[in-house]
Design a protein. Sequence first.
Lengths: 325, 545
Amino acid sequence: MADNQFGRDAVSRRKFIAGTGAVSVAAIAGCSETSDGNGNGDELSGEVIVKGSSTVFPISDEMAQRFMDDHPKVNVTVDPTGSGGGFENHFCPGNADINGASRLIKEEEKNHCAENDVSPIEMHIAGDALTVAVSPENDWVDSMTFDELAQIWGDDSATTWSDVNPDWPDEELKLYGPDTTSGTYDWFTENVNGGTHRTEYEGTEDDNTIIQGLENSPYAMGYFGYAYYSENKDRVKALEIAESEGDDPSAPSLQAASDGTYPLARPLFIYPAEGALEREPVYEFVKFYLENTSADWIADEVGYVPANQDMVDENMTKLENAAGE
Amino acid sequence: MATTDESTGTWFGADGQVSQLRGLLFKAGCLGATLLALFLVFVFLVYVAIDAIEPGTADPAWWATVATTVAGPAIVLSIYYYRFAPRAGEVAYTALGLPVAATLLAGGVSIVFRHIVSPHEWLALVVASLVAYGALEFHGRARDAGALERVVVGAAVIGLTIVGVPGLVPSLRTLLLSLPVLPMAPLALLGTFVVPIGVGAGWSVRRARESDRAGLIAGGVTVAAAAIGAVAGPVVGVSWTTWLVLTTVVGVPVGLYVERVYRGGKGVSGLALPVALAAGVVVCAVIVETAGFAGPDVWIDWEFLTSAHNRTPREAGIYPALVGSVMMIIVVALAAFPVGVGAAIYLEEYAPTSGLSGSIVELIEINIANLAGVPSVVYGLLGLALFVKVGELRPGIVIVGGLTVSLLILPIIIISAQEAIRAVPDSQRRAAYGIGATRWQTVRTVVLPRAMPGIMTGTILALGRAIGETAPLLMVGVAAVVRISPRSFFGLFSAMPRQLYSWAQLAKPDFYHGVLAAGVLVLLVVLLMMNGTAILLRNKYQRRD
């Protein structure tokens, strides 16, 4: 069959030798050195793993992006896991180099870290104006006191707006807040509610869910970091906050947070692990991070209060001490 | 005359009239369900596409130009094919789809050569495999060896050439890689990637045309087109390696198809559609450029495909996640396919079917079917416990993500492979036994070849599921933002669905409208490619029957 004639091999040995010969000559002609010549051998490379608070995430992510513009071979990965989630699941077991936190580290977290020979170094890097917001359709409340907030968020007893204040509508409260793994939740529990937090609310690690919830119901209320509010100012209405009945209520703003007139101002931290700082890329990243904490873009592009020079200096001293040992 | 049968009377209705109402209602209900499903999917796709393309931002004149130069001719041609030349219509759509699919495939091949197997590693692998093949062939011809010796020699040869003994004997492959001088990367690819494909193309043309000359021309053109890239690539603005991959992966299938259409001589006019479309695009681009019509503000563009996540939505891209997904799928396929198919073969061909052990096997099968429905978060926890806590691997690396997801799709692969094996008619097994074949020979030469297309279809569909999984990746610590593609299977990675999830959480609305929608479209295209491959395989298999 014709098929056989062409299907089976008909290449002669001479042709084969000629063909391979030609290919070999071509291959040898195109040979090059295998050690690639473009190696600036001392260029910084490696990995830095950042976990922790979703409130601190925007700062860390921006820092990572800017740092990687300078050092394109250092892989800085950033992951919002919540302050507590980051300490518990990633940082203290030794799987992360830096943990962001929107509250101070807890005693049990310190112990957990110590069990694994991880020693966190506390660095206060920025300030946040924790924002309590309601739906833009809400026309009965513009400001609240800590007492009213605690009545709503402290325990599950209040179910309608009128339970808190008889002037407010007799409609069910729809509450959206951060998850229990979040440092924002812990800070709010500790500083506003006096140690307790209601369990009947929509808890989420995704602040967009809170914004959407507030948009969709006039009887909704929620709290989150200022950065999310600054990106969505036209979609929700932020409440002015007064610490107690007689005080002047103050609207959330970075100015008010930095000069201390906004009562829900809170510090933000990162916790690098002392051991991880021995690795050059981690040390360089933390150094870059701290140097930039006083930069204007923290306020303009991320929406937090930048650190002042004293804080930067103090953090740099801590860094040098930790790395110098 | 009709018999007065009681039951027939009640069945057809006592009045002798057959009621069609219930049937019509049922038909209408089914139609409604179909329309509802199609409508919901359609609404979703339109919603995503509008977010990703933002058609409203374009100048109406831009749309008018596109409609007259690209869409209009295409519609006119389609109507012509539909009315007058159905065969040409078939050719037209294949000729249109093939370059698109091949370009996507070329993208995949480029990713493989850039991040997974460097051209030098590929060269070493090919040369080592050739040496191994030659040695085995030589051994087979020189000695009439028994089965055991063949296995031992095979293992030894592969061990020496490709795998090597860690710490003791380096393989030929690693020796080649450590040579001080190797061909330049594009030349290495030209010799070990383009030439084999060119030989294959030449071979198929030679057989089809029954002419040595045609075969030589086909092979020669392939290699020459790739080689021109040394000059043409930089002129066009792409690297020689990219040019190589494009000409071979896109050029060869398209060329072969065009050649086949011309040789067959049927529906040649169908080739006009892609040509008309390409010409239309060029004309359209020229008009838009000269007249200065503003196009839509698309989110999904070349930059989106080739850059990493950025805090500025317009500059954000999906590339590292795309590479991560490809690498993860390789791990998943390598891990899940052999294990799943092996288990399926055992359960179908060897496992006892009667007695106590038969009941145990049945219990196991029911449990496997159950496992296919377990939520993916649970598999994520399982992966975390198994690979991170017990296996002591780092969380968030490719291999951990891939193995975790392969646990997830393992039950699906087992079940679909079992179905495929069960579909092989028993008569064929009996015929094989009847001519004296052992069970192993029957499975190897009768059952597996018949079942393989079905197994492949099931596996590819399962891989499609794997590429879209998010929850297990969250559980094993895959980070939200990874800006560098993994350099090895033990590197930190992000995958497309994980990246989409993190975009959905960002504060800027542009992320969860525009960027997210563009990412969804990319993921959908990749899924469509995988499912399309599965359908092609199935069709080929059905035709062979």
